[in-house]
Design a protein around this ligand. Structure first.
Ligand SMILES: NC(=O)c1ccc[n+]([C@@H]2O[C@H](COP(=O)([O-])OP(=O)(O)OC[C@H]3O[C@@H](n4cnc5c(N)ncnc54)[C@H](OP(=O)(O)O)[C@@H]3O)[C@@H](O)[C@H]2O)c1
Length: 321
């Protein structure tokens, strides 16, 4: 089969596309013919050896996707021909992937392979983040940083579907138009976002901040929280890991909460599937529908990953083997 491999930890420009042996199905695994694979920030970090999980090269890039079951374990709920999505950490930018059954999910008939490929990593993270960690309530206001990216667009769609008001923070007017087109109630630019949020909320501040960016805007994000507000730490695309002066938490009655979806999910058998089942009504209703702005063949997977580094992606891009 053809696959995209990281052979040197030198970034997306150095990935190699070529023939490799197809994986065989291990015990408890489902063999899937990949139709589309979602491109995520961790793929960029993995290509540079900067992700928390550090596999030895060569390895096949790609942490999620959607496709058709070729072979499943005896007694499995899946059988050959089923449409599924999957989460895999690596291996998805290839013709075929073998995945543990607990990380394979039924894909509703109304969801395309391209959209389905973009759901596992960001949407499962954000149901865990918004509901389990953040305890988001209907009619609360959520401020989301990096809103036009993968985690950002998942936040917009899920928070809006749960009945929250969403304010997006983005770096360009084009991204502001884009996030409003997928359901963000308001959008503000990074420059001066704190004052814009104060104005939009009549001085009250927001109930929750979702922060996949970190960096130097973190303190202003904390300043946007109203009393009993929660800031969810999701990632650090801005590069720098911020620090918190805890007197701010005390003085303003606010929380900073970490979100480590993988760390929570991996020791809990069946947990990821229960999160997927929580998403299914939203998928069937169309309120969760990942915006895919670009489709790349395997040969151009490096270019797809590089777009995340260049900060130019609207929503998600996918690789189609
Ligand atoms: N905690 C978890 O369980 C979990 C799960 C999944 C992903 N993550 C993490 O969440 C983060 C976001 O992932 P994602 O897939 O949403 O990424 P993405 O699609 O690339 O979006 C990231 C956004 O960050 C903003 N950004 C600010 N500074 C940036 C920089 N120097 N380089 C690139 N982007 C920058 C960009 O928005 P603007 O240009 O508008 O500022 C961009 O749209 C990553 O760190 C990822 O590892 C965490």
């Amino acid at each position: 089969m053809r696959a995209v491999q990281v052979v040197r930890l030198e970034g997306p420009g150095s990935v190699e596309v070529g023939e490799v042996a197809e994986p065989t199905r291990g015990e408890g695994q489902v063999l899937i013919e990949v139709k589309a694979a979602g491109v995520n920030f961790p793929d960029l970090l993995l290509s540079k050896g900067m992700y928390q999980y550090k596999p030895e090269p060569p390895f096949i890039l790609g942490g999620e996707g959607a496709g058709v079951v070729r072979e499943a374990p005896e007694g499995s709920e899946f059988s050959a021909g089923d449409r599924v999505a999957f989460s895999s950490t690596t291996g998805a930018f290839a013709g075929v992937v073998a995945v543990g059954e607990g990380s394979v999910f039924p894909l509703p008939g109304n969801v395309s392979f391209e959209a389905g490929a973009c759901i596992p990593m960001n949407y499962l993270t954000m149901t865990f983040a918004l509901i389990t960690r953040g305890q988001l309530q209907k009619d609360e206001t959520v401020l989301v940083q990096g809103a036009a990216g993968g985690i950002g667009t998942a936040t917009i769609e899920i928070a809006a579907a749960l009945g929250a008001r969403v304010i997006s923070v983005v770096s360009t007017p084009e991204k502001a138009e884009f996030v409003k087109s997928i359901g963000s109630h308001e959008a503000v630019l990074v420059d001066g976002f704190k004052d814009a949020v104060k104005e939009l909320t009549g001085g009250k501040g927001v109930d929750m901040v979702v922060d996949p960016v970190g960096g130097d805007r973190f303190t202003d994000s904390l300043r946007c929280l109203g009393p009993l507000g929660r800031l969810l730490v999701v990632g650090f695309t801005g590069g720098e890991i911020p620090t918190v002066k805890v007197n701010r938490l005390l003085l303003n009655n606010i929380d900073v909460r970490g979100v480590g979806w993988g760390a929570y999910a991996s020791p809990r058998a069946g947990y990821v599937r229960s999160e997927w089942d929580r998403l299914i009504p939203f998928l069937e209703a169309g309120s969760v529908n990942p915006p895919v702005s670009g489709t790349f063949p395997l040969e151009k997977a490096g270019e797809a990953v590089a777009q995340l580094d260049a900060r130019t992606v609207l929503g998600k891009v996918v690789v189609t083997p």
